[in-house]
Design a protein around this ligand. Structure first.
Ligand SMILES: Cc1ncc(COP(=O)(O)O)c(C=O)c1O
Length: 407
């Protein structure tokens, strides 16, 4: 290196200008200032997108997986690893990938397990975004599908073929809260050499662990109940080592990875999931029973009601409660729904799983791309409301529903 007079300056690396101090300020003293004989009680958020390596050998070992550690955030970071460890324990899984959203967890399952020419058996009652991915986008990549009612096991047996690679269901369906027989679906899938992928978002691992019931892969939209505060977009895919070979590469090169801040927030949300879910389930049962008695309401759907179509199977698939979603129809159709929303006692948020009770209207949100005929065949109407019951006192939840019904 030379100075401005063109003379050699051997100490220049130690003599810093304002430019040099600013450019290096964030890493200066990193080891000294952040290490301590005591551990922080709350985990740090490690936002770094890249880690500095000691030498080429270390970089190669880290990147090839021979050495545990981090090089580039898209391939792995401490906050994702910490959140994955909790998910692994909750789902009794061998492997977990944390993804940027529930949709990217679904995309990861499809992209890592299937190839052009493969076939999927897809539940006809999935979340609308999942249906669009698995039918529309997948079709463009040469992956075919058949839509089937997963509660009708004979129909599933008939629809599964030799080329079926993946059978995709939700533990509790959206929005009619149908509950599927996971062990039976696993047997049917495995008989044909297919994998069973379960979207467990409405149940969470607090109510169901699909891998322990025979499923091969399970995904969660962590954005919902697992985080619980409507301030995170995150997903996770869990499974066993046998199905994992292509997952890390697909996660990295399709760019589906999570961000450290989202993982940190989700970890904090997860720390109260068990408490929130208990209260949500108790409230949801009370809300469902209350709705059954209201003259303006028909067709109340909640798996904990004895007259629900899947009440029996719910007892074995769901443990510790029947979930937080209650769906019903208002007699007055869409006008009545607008009045219900207009009361302002229950926020109209087209999501679910918040600490507070919220509502959605499937026909204008998650299921808006379906024709009236398709909606009708699924049992949905313009009067259908989906409640995501929260953690308020039971009395307050009932009062809010009553106020909205009386609007
Ligand atoms: C059952 C279910 N699965 C997956 C998703 C997609 O999750 P995300 O919004 O985190 O991408 C949703 C979103 O509403 C959902 O309800």
């Amino acid at each position: 290196m030379t100075n401005s007079d063109g003379e050699s300056n051997k100490n220049s690396a130690n003599e810093k200008s304002v430019d040099d101090i600013c450019a290096r300020s964030l890493v200066e003293g990193l080891a000294d200032n952040f290490s301590s004989p005591t551990d922080p009680h709350s985990p740090p958020i490690v936002l770094s997108s890249v880690w500095s390596c000691d030498d080429t050998g270390q970089a190669a070992a880290l990147l090839n997986g021979g050495l545990d550690g981090y090089v580039y955030q898209r391939d792995g970071h401490p906050n994702a690893v910490q959140f994955a460890a909790a998910c692994k324990a909750l789902h009794e899984a061998e492997e977990v990938a944390v993804t940027s959203s529930g949709m990217s967890a679904m995309a990861l399952a499809m992209l890592s397990q299937l190839k052009q020419g493969d076939h999927m058996l897809v539940s006809d009652q999935l979340y609308g975004g999942s249906t669009r991915l698995l039918t529309g986008e997948a079709q463009r990549l040469g992956i075919t599908h058949t839509l089937v009612d997963m509660c009708n096991l004979d129909a599933v047996r008939e629809a599964v073929t030799d080329s079926t690679g993946l059978v995709v269901v939700e533990t509790v369906s959206n929005p009619l809260v149908r509950v599927v027989d996971i062990p039976a679906l696993a047997d049917i899938s495995h008989d044909q050499g297919a994998l069973l992928l379960v979207d467990n978002t409405f149940a969470t691992p607090a109510l169901c662990k699909p891998l322990t019931l025979g499923a091969d892969l399970v995904l969660e939209s962590v954005s919902k109940l697992m985080n619980g505060h409507s301030d995170v977009m995150l997903g996770m895919l869990a499974g066993r080592t046998g199905q994992w070979e292509r997952v890390p590469t697909a996660l990295s090169v399709w760019g589906l990875a999570s961000s450290p801040l989202q993982c940190w927030l989700a970890n904090r949300g997860l720390s109260t999931m068990h408490l929130r879910i208990r209260q949500c389930c108790d409230n949801a049962m009370a809300a469902a029973k209350f709705l059954c008695q209201q003259s303006q309401v028909k067709d109340v759907q909640y798996p904990g009601l004895e007259d629900h179509l899947d009440y029996e199977i719910s007892q074995s698939v769901l443990t510790n409660g029947f979930g937080h979603v209650v769906t019903f129809q208002l007699e007055g159709g869409r006008d009545a729904v607008d009045q219900f929303i207009g009361a302002g006692s229950i926020p109209f948020c087209p999501s679910l799983g918040d600490v507070m009770t919220t509502m959605s209207h499937p026909c204008s949100t998650s299921h808006r791309s379906l024709t009236e005929e398709q909606l009708d065949s699924l049992g949905l109407s313009q009067g259908t409301i989906r409640l995501s019951i929260g953690t308020e006192s039971t009395e307050y939840v009932i009062n809010c529903i009553e106020a909205a019904l009386n609007a």
